[in-house]
Design a protein around this ligand. Sequence first.
Ligand code: EAX
Length: 324
Amino acid sequence: MKLHRLAAGLSLGLGLACAAHAQTTTLKIGYATTKESHYGVGSTVFCDEIEKGTQGRYKCQHFPNSALGGEREQIEAVQLGTQDLVNTSTGPVGNFVPEVKIVDIPFLFRDYDHARKVMDGPIGQDILSKFPSKGIIALAWTENGFRHMTNSKRDIVKPADAAGLKMRTMENKVHMDGYRTFGILPTPMAFPELFGALQQGTVDGQENPIPVILSSKFAQVQKHLSLTGHVYSPALLLMSPRVWNKLSDADKKVFVDAARKGGEAQRKKVNEDENNGIAQLEKDGMKVTRTVDGAAFREALKPAYASYAKEFGADNIKKITDVK
Ligand code: EAX
């Protein structure tokens, strides 16, 4: 009799385990930098939260270090449904959702507090609502950080120092138009190609937040770092509607809450990298120019601002700069 009961217990347990296993959906999440970077930290918190909040029915498989391609490629894959999630800077996003482009304007945000207030407030949340009609679900804002210039040739204090440098930029017209007013020769390039291009000298420099410069080890191929902080680079956790549309309302709430928690963790990591990263980059051999002539960069940018005002509306730009 005992054997019979044991067999019944085992088959029940096995059945439950299989049922549970059968219900587990593994989602592919990609991002540009390492699993230990700000994108990896934010993505890990998001993934832990959805696994917890769905009792293990959803979990992630990470693809760090641009394993699934550049950010534009990954956004396209999410739109097509061949990739489930991407944690990406807004760099290429404006090519899919034009309403995002306004937040890429150079010197638009005063500091991190201002930027985060805008993204978490009505302006930023309204931008997220523009994604579904373009076949992408924007779960939450995460964060890349304020961008600084690096190059192999010279210190940059004022625009004249940057003039003539061949600088890699993201595939982002708002950035490129702005950087041209500094006299820079902008060269748009997908992130995965950047380290090699810097190593071979195909470009003289690039611009990225400290967390990216750190985790991508740009100190190995760039001598000069100038803390220009010329652009705030927001980031987004984007999801494929293919997966989103299958979620129950309760699970949708779990995913959005998890993405917000991931964004908070990512911002915390950006803060840490901003506080400790510059000293680390100096230790790694970079020559850091801490004080740049911000007023001269803003002055140089004025012609681009005229076209930004025409494209986005001066009142819409003012709504962002007025956020206290
Ligand atoms: O999102 O392409 C870039 O320079 C981005 O800042 C990088 O991929 C991190």
